[in-house]
Design a protein. Structure first.
Length: 462
């Protein structure tokens, strides 16, 4: 199969499963904002984001190694899966020993035990799904996404409406969904075939650790950029303000969903591409389409920020719209920076992913401390945007050492200027802003449709 068709095919299959589970974030927003107060939602957000930080720490980031080494057919796959499982279980044991430390986090202390099992089940679910994806179970991966969606909706309704369990019900529904998903994938893919202690290979284990460990602080730094502001908002302004900020972050997640769906398919294609010249052409063509889709989506999300917030959130959360534009810009450059990190993945240079993320995290912390007390939620949103922007430019320059991606710089700069103007007009509610927003969004769509349509015609042979 043509490599572009294969990438498109895998992206479509991943979209069937991933989009259904991720779109749940938006479909359930009216539900969550009506059954929980802004304060409760703010606490839930802190719990989820804390667990997001703990997951790579508890698993030593081993699921990154599972997908990367699982894609190499020449390696002993029993060793890859077995070492991944054992690493997670050791990490879980260490986390239990650290329970007193987790109890010291005042905001989430009463939910500590739930958080520990949240992390465990997320790690195991990630292990099974990533390994299944690496082994070529693409359709199973997609079906599991749909299965998780249905389970999440069902369990949310049972725990939040039926039993009115509030914060506990929300977290418990996630734990059970991950547990059921793990069992589902394990049984269907018959992953028991890949668990074998006698098949453990020292070279593979060390290789996986060497690749995965640098990505732990990288994940922590990524967490700092995207999440630390929520802690500062909670402590400096309050849980209600963080609830508003959490809702504002949900809208840009639409762009992140599109990017993540593509990234799951892209990892498979990027690793499989051989030959420097061919790889550079492949990366350049794909990036041209990728950035077009990113800016096109960003322009639409910025233009529709008010109406989207009105439709998806209760009146208590409506003010979140004003923080969306710069959070959309932050997500756009996060996606572009993530694409460039695939260069490091292919070259197995995960240390550079860490360094570039670390520099951006330092900038983010400094800007948050400086701006949140002075500008509140606006300060946090703008700090996040600048941090991802810096990360993107550093990687755009440095990755040329390995793969010389050819950028259409003129179009990139025009896109950037247009979405900046959109964001400024929207947030300042300039008279007649709605007409400017529609015009600018349509302009961005027009200048970015050509590469997208060309790709579709190539794939479908129109």
């Amino acid at each position: 199969m043509d490599k572009y068709k294969k990438l498109a095919s895998n992206t479509f299959i991943f979209a069937l499963g991933t989009f259904s589970s991720k779109v749940l974030v938006f479909l359930m927003m009216p539900f969550y904002t009506r059954v929980m107060s802004s304060e409760s939602y703010g606490i839930v957000d802190i719990i989820v984001q804390t667990c997001t930080l703990l997951i790579p720490l508890a698993s030593i980031g081993i699921n990154n190694g599972v997908i990367r080494f699982g894609l190499e057919r020449k390696l002993n796959q029993k060793s890859v899966f077995t070492f991944g499982f054992l690493t997670i279980m050791v990490g879980f044991g260490i986390m239990l020993l650290c329970r007193p430390l987790l109890l010291s986090i005042t905001v989430t202390s009463q939910y500590t035990d739930l958080m520990i099992f949240y992390v465990l089940m997320s790690c195991l679910q990630g292990l099974c799904s990533q390994f299944a994806r690496a082994r070529g179970y693409i359709r199973l991966y997609a079906i599991d996404g749909i299965f998780r969606t249905l389970m999440t909706i069902l369990l949310n309704v049972i725990f939040l409406v039926g039993f009115q369990m509030g914060i506990v019900g929300y977290i418990l529904s996630t734990i059970l969904t991950d547990a059921l998903s793990t069992v589902f994938i394990f049984l269907i893919a018959r992953l028991h075939r890949y668990f074998s202690l006698v098949s453990l290979k020292r070279s593979i284990a060390l290789g996986m650790l060497k690749y995965s460990i640098p990505l732990i602080p990288n994940t922590v730094c990524s967490w700092i950029i995207s999440i630390s502001d929520r802690y500062l908002i909670t402590y400096l302004i309050g849980s209600s303000a963080n609830g508003i900020y959490a809702i504002a972050n949900k809208i840009p997640t639409i762009l992140m969903i599109v990017a993540n769906i593509f990234s799951e398919a892209w990892q498979i294609s990027a690793v499989g591409e051989e030959g420097q010249a061919a790889r550079e052409r492949f990366f350049s063509k794909v990036l041209n389409v990728y950035q077009s889709v990113a800016f096109l989506t960003a322009a639409i999300l910025i233009a529709t920020a008010k109406i989207t917030t009105f439709l998806l959130a209760s009146p208590e959360f409506y003010e979140a719209w004003q923080y969306i534009p710069f959070l959309v810009l932050a997500t756009t450059f996060s996606c572009l920076a993530s694409f460039l990190s695939s260069v490091y993945m292919v070259e197995k240079k995960s240390i550079h992913t860490l360094i570039t993320t670390f520099l951006s995290a330092l900038l983010n912390i400094g800007l948050n401390i400086l701006w949140i007390p002075k500008y509140g939620i606006f300060g946090a949103a703008f700090a996040t945007f600048l941090s991802y922007l810096v990360m993107f430019f550093i990687r755009a320059i440095h990755t040329r050492k390995y793969i010389k991606i050819r950028w259409n710089f003129g179009k990139f700069l025009l896109n950037f200027i247009l979405v900046i103007i959109q964001s400024t007009l929207m947030m300042n509610e300039v008279p007649g802003w709605i007409f400017y927003e529609i015009f600018l969004a349509l302009f961005v769509v027009i200048i970015n449709m050509k590469p997208v349509m060309q790709s579709l015609r190539r794939i479908l042979k129109f």
